[in-house]
Design a protein around this ligand. Structure first.
Ligand SMILES: Nc1nc2c(c(=O)[nH]1)N[C@H]1C(S)=C(S)[C@@H](COP(=O)(O)O)O[C@H]1N2
Ligand SMILES: [Mo]
Length: 353
């Protein structure tokens, strides 16, 4: 058997098994079927419950919740042979248009339990300055903008129409708004205002003075490397099979578990945002704990490029493309369902496939 055939065999086994079992017993079956095969490491390294920090185990009934609510009986997204993977097109460039200076990237992590115990603690994550290379030309920003066909359920105007409105920029704003914008800019130390794309600023953008952690890329990539070949689906109607490389989001969240609320409960949501706040997404903590939810650093065996979200993007199975946020600058635990870029424009928050 070739490696691809082994993987196919495993996938078939997985599908059969998962049709009749809970995810819990399914993982046991998959582990047996995997027989130590290394490429799909998420299968044979799935944490036994004992390895999940107590703080998350008590807050979440991960196995049950993941299999039943979020992902149906199947539990896992199907995977494909590596040879079927192809180069993913670029679709949507909010928050990635400017070239980020790689050394200036940090992951802001907010809502962690006792953050002061970590060396990466700072008392204001928003004070971190992301630096951008001088603009050469506008290439990339015009041609690649998001074009998403309206879904039946969509309430807002079609994105390309909204986009045109957004393209007019600030020049068309009434003078009082322009003055207010100028004042806001000054108050922010003349930093670029956040959320300058058509959906506007996120409701969850952090306030200055928010404490948390500033993680480097090394901090994020110290977890076991994962690879996955899955189908990426955009709500527009196209899909492609993609080879992803990165680390499990779950590993990061377990290393930096969330703080409880005053009433003793755990946050049920995770919010993510680009460094400039132009694109943002909200997720169930459960979906983030899914073993196939990855913090991606590589596609097709190569480091991510700017347009696909370097240095770090999300890939979350069984969610549409618009939840796969590129160039993550912030991850925050939260109790309230977080704001989401395309939800603001009328799309479904869950975006389940
Ligand atoms: N930062 C950012 N992330 C984003 C988007 C975006 O505009 N900006 N678009 C989303 C949409 S609608 C899709 S389909 C996917 C496309 O990912 P790709 O460009 O790597 O194919 O990214 C998602 N993540
Ligand atoms: Mo999309």
């Amino acid at each position: 058997m070739t490696d691809d055939e082994k993987v196919q065999g495993l996938n078939e086994e997985v599908k059969r098994a998962s049709g009749r079992r809970t995810r819990r017993s399914f993982i046991v079956a998959a582990m047996a079927a995997a027989g130590g095969y290394e490429f799909y490491r998420w299968v044979d390294r799935s944490h036994p419950d004992q390895m999940i920090p107590a703080v998350l185990r008590r807050g979440l009934n991960v196995d049950e919740a993941v299999s039943k609510d979020a992902f149906g009986d199947r539990g896992l997204a199907p995977t494909y042979p590596l040879k079927r993977a192809e180069e993913l097109r670029v679709n949507g460039v909010y928050g990635v248009k400017d070239e980020l200076v790689p050394e200036s990237w940090r992951l802001q992590l907010v809502g962690v339990e006792q953050p002061q115990r970590f060396a990466q603690y700072v008392d204001d994550v928003t004070a971190w300055e992301y630096r951008y290379a001088a603009k050469k030309d506008e290439k990339g920003s015009g041609n690649h903008d998001t074009k998403v066909a309206p879904k039946a359920a969509m309430m807002g105007p079609a994105p390309d129409q909204v986009e045109k409105a957004g393209d007019a920029g600030n020049a068309n704003l009434p003078p009082e708004f322009q003055r207010a914008l100028e004042e806001l800019k000054k108050a922010q130390g003349n930093k670029r205002p956040r959320g300058q794309e058509e959906a506007g600023m996120s409701d969850n953008t952090l306030e200055a003075g928010t404490p948390g952690l500033l993680l480097t890329l090394e901090d994020v990539t110290r977890f076991p490397k994962q690879e996955l070949v899955t189908q990426f689906k955009c709500i527009e109607g196209w899909s492609q099979i993609v080879h992803w490389g990165g680390v499990r989001l779950r590993d990061l969240l377990e290393a930096y578990p969330p703080a409880r609320s005053r009433d003793g409960s755990f946050p049920q949501y995770v919010y993510m945002e680009t460094p400039d706040g132009d694109y943002y997404c909200g997720y169930d903590l459960r979906a983030c704990m899914h073993p196939q939810s990855l913090l991606v650093t590589e596609m097709m065996g190569r480091p991510l490029n700017q347009w696909h979200g370097a240095p770090l993007r999300l890939y979350m199975p069984i969610k549409y493309g618009y939840k796969q946020i590129k160039r993550i600058g912030l991850i925050a635990y939260t109790n309230m369902r977080p704001d989401d870029y395309w939800t603001k424009l009328g799309y479904d928050w869950y975006a389940g496939l």
